[in-house]
Design a protein around this ligand. Structure first.
Ligand code: FAD
Length: 430
């Protein structure tokens, strides 16, 4: 089916650089408004490629992300292929499992497959006749004076392209953002955390999920943590977060088993000792970076969204959700200010920077908290207290995670008000 744009009189060209999660969704938004949309993605078309290299295999989709998908008619498609996770399931060292609900009854987050989500969004963008997807186009540079972008194509040739608006959705190491760094009064910070992550697959047992599927499983172990999210093929993807120093200490298959014996004994038979020994060394542990910057725009020419604007550490499960919300918020401002880029872009920065920075801070805060003193007992205790208070005072006390996951709210005021209390007491996330 072809989605025809609302108006054919608009001929402005919007270049979306990066066809990842946020870029693909953004293409739908701009196409729906009737712009000529050109998406430039450095990779080949992932819908054709066999193996998709990339980050985490699955992601937690929450209310913010769903709202953004809804606006372009994609919520149901994506939700139908997601697995609801109503609660966390905390695994203690002795194997006890204790569920902690995410919010009230009926509130849940969804485990979605990253590759499928990206493919669906690219296909949705392509249903608009005014959208063109250009794969194997890697942005090398662009000129802030002329707006001309230089792309490297798969055949090695370079291509120059002009657009009325450039939307940088090219991820945490954004090439678009490089030009921002040369501007006066552009704030930028980048922080790598000492932890890395590694993914392991837990296969089905007798054709069924090896653990209860409708949960986000967590093994909190002070400086280490493992989580597992369910997939449609009845596997779980387990993600082990651990300091790089510790990863370096585990170098043989036997050491892997020894390490799991000590910290995650219940996971050994579920992953399988042989698979564990092998898969642990398949890929090196991946780094995690937090990137903050402001402003998000450069004159009326260019705007950053998603990880290009704000890469966050994954301990709050909100990176993609916040990126999706960027698209939604930008779209609302386009309505308010009649698509006048010279007014829309600064307003987007004004509205969005504080919220995205709050998410980045919460994610980092949570990382610090978990690292310092979260073991399963403490985690359980904290969640019970939070949820108990929420039940007796539902309007006054809402656990921060519930707030961030299920309400589209401006986090900044809440964040700053409770900052003091938070720093003494709070640990949230997942
Ligand atoms: P990306 O997904 O990085 O996409 C950028 C795209 O741009 C890519 O396709 C890339 O190929 C392309 N590109 C890059 N450079 C160029 C160039 N020069 N020219 C052209 N194209 C280019 N978020 C959640 O909401 N929930 C979660 O549960 C969650 N879990 C996570 C777990 C882990 C371990 C990690 C690392 C992250 C997690 N996140 C999660 C965060 C989430 O992955 C990101 O926020 C999200 O992928 C950002 O999307 P994006 O489109 O902005 O960037």
């Amino acid at each position: 089916s072809t989605n025809d744009s609302k108006s054919t009189s608009k001929k402005k060209v919007v270049a979306v650089v990066g066809g990842g999660l946020v870029g693909a969704l953004n293409a739908c938004y701009f196409a729906k408004r009737g712009f000529q949309v050109e998406v430039f993605e450095s990779r080949e078309d992932i819908r054709q490629a066999k193996i998709v290299k990339g980050r985490s295999i699955n992601l937690a989709l929450s209310h913010r992300g769903r709202q953004a998908l809804k606006q372009v008619g994609m919520e149901d498609t994506i939700v139908s292929k997601g697995i609801p996770m109503h609660s966390r399931m905390i695994h203690s060292l002795n194997g006890t499992q204790s569920p902690i609900p995410y919010g009230k009854k009926g509130q849940y987050i969804l485990s979605v497959d990253r590759a499928n989500l990206n493919k669906e969004l690219l296909s949705a963008a392509e249903t608009y006749s005014n959208t063109k997807l250009n794969f194997a186009h890697k942005l090398l540079n662009w000129s802030t004076e002329t707006g001309a972008m230089t792309f490297l194509r798969a055949d090695g040739a370079k291509e120059e392209i002009q657009a009325d608006l450039i939307v940088g959705c090219d991820g945490a190491f954004s090439a678009i953002r490089k030009q921002f760094l040369r501007q006066s009064r552009f704030n930028f910070s980048q922080t790598y955390i000492p932890h890395g992550y590694l993914e392991l697959t837990m296969p089905p047992i007798n054709g069924e999920f090896a653990m209860k599927p409708n949960y986000l499983h967590i093994w909190p172990r002070n400086t280490f943590m493992m989580i597992a999210l369910p997939n449609l093929d009845k596997t779980f993807t387990c993600t082990l977060f651990m300091p790089f120093d510790e990863f370096e200490n585990v170098t043989t298959g036997d050491q892997v088993i020894e390490f799991f014996q000590k910290y995650f004994p219940d996971a050994i038979p579920l992953i399988g000792a042989d698979a564990l020994k092998r898969d642990y060394f398949c890929l090196p542990a991946q780094a995690m970076v937090s990137v903050k910057c402001s402003p998000y725009h450069l004159s009326d020419k260019c705007v950053l969204m998603g990880d290009a604007a704000h890469a966050v550490v994954p301990f709050y499960g909100q990176g993609m959700n916040a990126g999706f919300e960027d698209c939604l918020v930008f779209n609302e401002i386009m309505d308010q200010l009649n698509e006048d880029f010279s007014a829309v872009l600064p307003e987007y920065t004004r509205v969005r920077v504080p919220d995205d920075h709050a998410i980045a801070d919460l994610a980092m805060y949570n990382y610090v908290e978990m690292r310092s003193h979260v073991n399963s007992k403490w985690f359980l205790f904290r969640k019970y207290v939070d949820n108990f208070l929420h039940i007796i005072m539902p309007r006054t006390i809402i656990p921060l995670y519930t707030m961030a996951s299920f309400f589209v709210i401006h986090l900044t005021p809440i964040y700053s008000t409770f900052n003091m209390i938070l720093s003494l007491y709070y640990c949230e996330g997942f």
